[in-house]
Design a protein around this ligand. Structure first.
Ligand code: ADP
Ligand code: MG
Length: 679
């Protein structure tokens, strides 16, 4: 029953089934698992005199004039009538709903739900209504609001879902055992589904919702801990050669104590008989690349292959430029594989990887494609991990028997969220910057500083330094960002800095073009680089000393901190200028946080506090599965409880206990990547 097709429902034919399919709904279960995205409170009745323009409300009123239909232009019709209660009267207007004239009878009382027009405060357009003696469906209740497609109305979808609930809500099976439900005071599953669609009160809704949130987090954290225990369960041969001194000696600088600690943690993992599962977290500029390279170096010395996966081609290319020469000194061959390489070059690279001729392979997610096979991959490094999903991490590790996994991230994530995102990893923190860094002075200015700013740019360039100018992200829309960057670069080159070299870099350029521009900038041939947020992560040009962000109000704090991290990477004093004409006090408070601190963790905490985790991670991929009910902004307490519950529950069952089968099924559908992690 539960997994019968939607067409078994009365009134659902092929056409309706197709509309539902567009929402991913095929079975009755899919229908009842299509939870409302919001609710409208239509339980409060108001008097007509108390209605406020713009706010939808429910009220009870009698029709006090015969409805009149008339034609307006283009064959449209309009129906007008008046209604009243003891407090006053109101004119109702319906467009293209002639039948309304027949349904609303003179002298009869109805419940209405609608919104007064902002400009004509005694008029309401197209309210919904029900006779006073009919049961409340559109009025007098909490009405669920569903995600829809164009051809399906909310009313129709709620009716279909209601039908499905009546048919099969009783057949839902419990994932959460009774003891657990009792301990955490969770309602049963049937009640939760029923109530989340047809809540009698907000209090009941909250009870139902909490149960569903708990369940989702329970499945999620069970998934993470199973992934971890499965990886750890497989033994790994320890590395024999753990002497790092030759590597340290080859570097042009000495490691900071924090870098040494991180390498120490990695070596401990290498020397154990379990595969490494480690996250190295360090603020921008803390020197994570050489730590990753140390791991790769050690892996190569022990006769194995390493892969380093970067989120962008620019970053992969840069890692290649710095690491290949460093490692070749030891006779270790490094190879680059990105999506933008030509077919022949790719073929050659894949060959070399398969034959084991490349000991370190650096690339983008091109490394994940099915036809890349390694000869003896044993270490997988993911740089700037927040861009990768749990699944991508797993896909790369799946290219080897049971490889070590090292994840590098600059995104300073508040502890609560780190626990979620990286719950399956051990943590090393690099909490120290290389010596001699002078800190970056950050200023918030408005357009009136433009002339001074241009002089400042010129000063920096004349002192032999380089400048980034980041153009606004327009809703993360690369196309619009590209246009603004292009126009800005051209304007600066022609009118302000004709004697300097202004470069342009945006996400829509071809891989080779991007590499060429980045190469020129790294070599100091371009003084001013106008760009989009493609330079946000990882880019390392120590000679750049000035970061300018246009329309800074459009960026998140953590993102600005990442951008600012592109400067202050060398010995020279560096600056970051945030341009914003915004007068919004909240925006200014937010931006001033950056002027007051260089500490990524503090900024992340502030960012989280000010915007909530949804925005904190932006719309870009953050590696979390799409939760249906749970929200990372409001359900952190429930998350904590669910994590405790998971630990108790899994701790008291062996992993092959048949009682866990249905939990495994749910984990697979939540992560949606069966063959990767949980096989
Ligand atoms: P991130 O942690 O942001 O990835 P990088 O690895 O790109 O930082 O390093 C930033 C810069 O600092 C690079 O130019 C790198 O060569 C340099 N660097 C790294 N470690 C040290 C160190 N111990 N002493 C001096 N400079 C260092
Ligand atoms: Mg980096």
């Amino acid at each position: 029953m539960l997994f019968d097709s939607v067409t078994t429902l009365h009134g659902v034919g092929a056409a309706r089934a197709k509309q539902l399919e567009a929402l991913g709904i095929r079975t009755l279960y899919d229908l009842i698992a299509h939870f409302p995205r919001d609710y409208e409170d239509r339980t409060q009745l108001r008097r007509i005199s108390d209605l406020t323009p713009g706010t939808p409300s429910c009220f009870e009123a009698m029709v006090i004039s015969q409805p009149r239909n008339s034609r307006i232009q283009k064959g449209r019709t309009v129906t007008r009538l008046s209604v009243a209660d003891q407090s006053g009267r109101l004119n109702l207007v319906f467009f293209n709903q002639d039948y309304v004239g027949k349904m609303l009878e003179y002298g009869v009382t109805y419940f209405f739900y609608g919104r007064l027009e902002e400009d004509f405060s005694r008029m309401m357009v197209n309210p919904v209504f029900e006779r006073q003696d009919q049961p409340g469906y559109l009025t007098r209740r909490i009405v669920p609001v569903y995600s829809l497609t164009a051809s399906l109305s909310n009313k129709l979808l709620s009716k279909t879902i209601a039908q499905a609930l009546d048919a099969c809500c009783g057949q839902l099976s419990e994932i959460l055992p009774a003891t657990l439900r009792a301990k955490y005071e969770l309602c049963d599953i049937g009640y939760a589904y029923e109530t989340v669609h047809r809540p009698a009160s907000f209090k009941e809704l909250e009870i139902a919702r909490r149960r569903l949130v708990f369940e989702e987090f329970f499945i999620f954290s069970a998934g993470l801990s199973l992934a971890r225990s499965k990886r750890i369960a497989k033994p790994h041969a320890p590395y024999a050669d753990l002497d790092m001194e030759p590597y340290y000696a080859a570097l042009p600088f000495s490691f900071t104590a924090a870098q040494r600690r991180a390498v120490g943690d990695i070596l401990t993992d290498f020397s154990s008989s379990k595969p490494m599962n480690r996250l190295v977290q360090g603020d921008v500029g803390s020197g994570k690349t050489v730590v990753a390279a140390a791991a790769a170096w050690c892996c190569a010395k022990n006769g194995k292959q390493a892969a380093l996966m970067a989120p962008t081609g620019i970053l992969a290319e840069q890692h290649f430029r710095t690491l290949a020469p460093l490692l070749s000194g030891f006779g270790i061959s490094t190879l680059l594989l990105t999506g933008s390489m030509g077919a022949a070059a790719k073929r050659d690279a894949k060959h070399a990887i398969a034959e084991g001729k490349a000991q370190l392979v650096i690339g983008t997610h091109a490394l994940l494609t099915g036809d890349v096979s390694f000869s003896n991959l044993d270490l997988v490094i993911a740089d700037e991990q927040h861009r990768f999903g749990v699944g991508q991490r797993a896909a790369l590790s799946a290219k080897a028997e049971n490889p070590h996994l090292l994840v590098m991230s600059a995104t300073p994530i508040p502890r609560t969220l780190a626990l979620i995102l990286y719950g399956d990893l051990d943590l090393s923190i690099i909490d120290e910057l290389p010596p001699g860094r002078m800190g970056i002075d950050t200023f918030l200015v408005n357009e009136s500083y433009r002339a001074r700013l241009n002089r400042f740019i010129r000063n920096q360039a004349e002192a032999g330094h380089q400048v980034y100018i980041v153009c606004p992200a327009v809703e993360e829309n690369e196309e619009t960002s590209r246009k603004s960057a292009e126009a800005w670069a051209a304007a600066l080159q022609q009118t302000v800095f004709p004697d300097l070299r202004v470069g342009l870099l945006h996400g829509q350029m071809k891989g080779l073009e991007k590499d060429a521009v980045m190469g020129q900038f790294a070599a100091g041939e371009i003084q001013i680089l106008v760009c989009t947020t493609v330079v946000e992560v990882g880019v390392d040009v120590p000679n750049a000393t000035l970061m300018i962000v246009e329309n800074a109000e459009r960026f998140g704090l953590s993102q600005l901190h990442q951008l600012r991290g592109r400067v202050g990477r060398g010995q020279a004093k560096s600056y970051c200028v945030l341009l914003s004409d915004s007068k919004n006090p909240e925006t200014r408070t937010r931006l001033k946080v950056l002027c007051s601190t260089n500490d990524g963790f503090r900024i992340a905490e502030q960012d989280l506090e000010l915007r909530g985790p949804g925005d904190f991670f932006g719309r870009r991929q953050h590696g979390l599965p799409a939760f249906k009910v749970a929200s990372l902004s409001c359900d952190l307490d429930t998350l904590k409880e669910a994590q405790d519950a998971t630990r108790d529950y899994l701790g008291s069952h062996s992993l092959d206990d048949p009682a866990l089968t249905s939990l495994y099924d749910r984990i697979r559908s939540l992560f949606d990547e069966e063959d990767m992690i949980f096989n």
